[in-house]
Write a protein that binds this ligand. Sequence first.
Ligand code: NAP
Length: 243
Amino acid sequence: MPNILVLGGTTEASALCRALAEANIPATLSYMGRVERPKPQPIPVRIGGFGGVPGLIQYLRDQQITHLVDATHPFAAQMSTNAVAATQETGVPLIALTRPKWEPGPGDRWHQVPDMAAAVAALSGPPQNIMLAIGRMHLAQFAAQPQHNYLLRLVDAPTEVPPLPHHTVIIDRGPFSAEADRALMQTHQIALVVSKNAGGTGSLSKLQAARVLGLPVLMIERPLLPPRQETHTLADVLAFVTA
Ligand code: NAP
């Protein structure tokens, strides 16, 4: 009998949990628990870090997990790296459910940078109105470019005031639309959008809006991860865990 552990925190993980519940495949969803009011899930949920690779190894053994599905966000590099290490040690089969990267299309004005530090460096120059659509984790790094007016769209209200002298916070967890994002960018006279290359549809609207408005996008590329089996489809994951 399979006993799946899903590393989640993404729309794709939630969709996978629904599919596992519908197929009556025993599974547990793991969240880090950073977001308030996480969505209700149709399978049991555990919350919080495991305690690094040793903690994850212990959990896989204690709970007799038969398959690990890494459906974390493509920027959750630490968790994904730990998943590879823990499954190598325990022999538990691992598959990653990921979103294809966004690729620039006609009309897009992307400047691609390898990481957050490079994005910060790329913002040197005179003040601009910038939509910083990167979540709350890395906002402090942008304090190195304090001259800009930053528009921050966050899922939850920040617990600490972001260390950016000029900023506006909008609390919204979506779903977002290209039309509403275009209006938002126009209202705030945005000149540049900073985005992580998350992929998927959940936050694509800002890129569609930027394209329509002819705005440049500073696109932060995904972190590099150790090699692992990876798919973009739920069907592949279901086949993997029931093989
Ligand atoms: P991270 O840097 O890769 O992980 C840091 C630590 O958080 C991990 O070492 C682990 O702690 C714990 N952790 C992360 N994901 C976990 C999970 N699903 N279940 C249990 N523990 C978890 O991750 P992050 O970038 O902070 O992201 C945290 C969560 O938010 C992930 O679940 C991710 O899918 C979601 N998320 C991230 C982003 C993003 O842009 N980074 C965006 C949307 C959603 P231990 O070492 O103690 O096990």
